[in-house]
Design a protein around this ligand. Structure first.
Ligand SMILES: Cc1ncc(COP(=O)(O)O)c(C=O)c1O
Length: 358
């Protein structure tokens, strides 16, 4: 269905205020935002407006009861200069999976894609071109009804904004396998991309950093034995020539990079098992010399090689060479920049808006 998306353009671009090719993610924002309101049981008034702050009532329900979910995506520039979206239909689906879990209204998936495309057609000048950089897109939804009481809100906003982002981790990372705090338990909200999951992870991540680790490796909530995921990434491990990633058992976020990496590894001829992985198995592989490679996989970070896992009083070290992880990383990057054939059909090009200077 074609939507009537009203556009109000910024009078002047702020792009010259920042060096988009040399920037840390999350500090600068583009000129516009896409916004849509939910009330009276329907989504209304989809529009693109100059980036602005939104008045918030102190009783806005998201602030108290946490009905807030989000997505994370990246846009790159294709060979012909058009913005490229990576599997945006998967983000639209996952947003609605999260919405359903959190008692929030579903957002029409075709409007999600159309809003993204209209937005990117206007903001394409903000896509960085330096190596490892991209324009990060943040679609999100939150409850903005002013009300005190524990029930689903009746008013929401869905917004997409964007932030130019440089490479995340430039060197292999160290993970702290957490045995006190948990991120998610089966039946909880771990498989939704809910804001509260991240709130609960902030303090344990800070503590891991004070110990010299970059990110937390989350373990299961019952036994602190099964590996779940890493900060904002899914976890992949190679033992004795075979790749393993934790199966999506109800508490792990179904990463879009994860599903893509599984396809890429299998396409390269590797066996990939989606199954429970225990810390004991990792320790045993370390001790018998079969621990080969590990990486975290996620949109914001890409593929981040792991050099060490701190677990109780052990330092589990990985070999310095990561040949397969490196190849997967390069392949994914090349697909995202149309440097090699997109044989999986993951890339969605956006038609440019002739009224914006190229
Ligand atoms: C908790 C968590 N796990 C995994 C991922 C990776 O998901 P994706 O590859 O879709 O970015 C993310 C990032 O969205 C995340 O926040």
């Amino acid at each position: 269905m074609a939507y009537n998306i009203k556009e109000t353009r910024a009078t002047a671009s702020r792009i010259n205020e920042v060096d988009i090719n040399n920037i840390v993610m999350g500090h600068a924002f583009t000129d516009h935002m896409f916004i849509c309101d939910y009330e009276d049981g329907q989504w209304k008034n989809p529009r693109i407006e100059p980036m602005h702050e939104i008045p918030t009532h102190p009783a806005a329900m998201a602030l108290h009861y946490g009905q807030a979910i989000f997505e994370g995506m990246k846009t790159t520039l294709g060979k012909d200069g058009s913005p490229l979206l990576f599997r945006p239909d998967e983000n639209a689906k996952r947003l609605n999976f999260s919405a359903d879990r959190m008692g929030m209204p579903l957002f029409p998936e075709d409007l999600f894609i159309e809003g993204l495309k209209r937005f990117m057609a206007i903001e394409h000048n903000w896509i960085p071109t330096s190596e490892g950089s991209a324009l990060y897109l943040r679609p999100f939804m939150y409850a903005d009804e002013a009300f005190i009481g524990m029930r689903a809100a009746t008013k929401y906003k869905f917004i997409i904004f964007a932030s130019p982002a440089g490479p995340f981790f430039s060197k292999p990372i160290k993970l702290w396998a957490e045995t006190k705090f948990i991120r998610a338990a089966n039946g909880g909200t771990g498989e939704a991309k809910a804001a509260g999951n991240y709130a609960a992870a902030i303090r344990p991540t800070e503590i891991a950093r004070t110990k010299g680790y970059d990110q937390v490796l989350w373990l299961d909530a019952r036994d602190f034995e099964y590996v779940q995921e890493v900060g904002t990434m899914n976890f992949f491990l190679k033992i004795d020539g075979k790749w393993i990633t934790p199966n999506l058992g109800g508490s792990i976020l179904a990463g879009i990079t994860r599903m893509s990496v599984i396809d890429l590894l299998r396409d390269k001829g590797f066996e990939v098992s989606e199954r429970p992985i225990t810390m004991q198995e990792i320790v045993a592989a370390f001790e018998n010399g079969t621990l080969e490679e590990a990486f975290g996989a996620g949109t914001a970070v890409g593929i981040a090689m792991v050099e060490e896992i701190g677990y109780k009083d052990m330092k589990i070290k990985f070999p310095a060479e990561n040949p397969v992880s490196e190849e997967v990383k390069q392949t994914l990057e090349k697909i995202k920049h149309q440097e090699i054939e997109d044989k999986f059909g993951w890339i969605v090009p956006v038609e440019l808006d002739a009224s914006v200077d190229a």
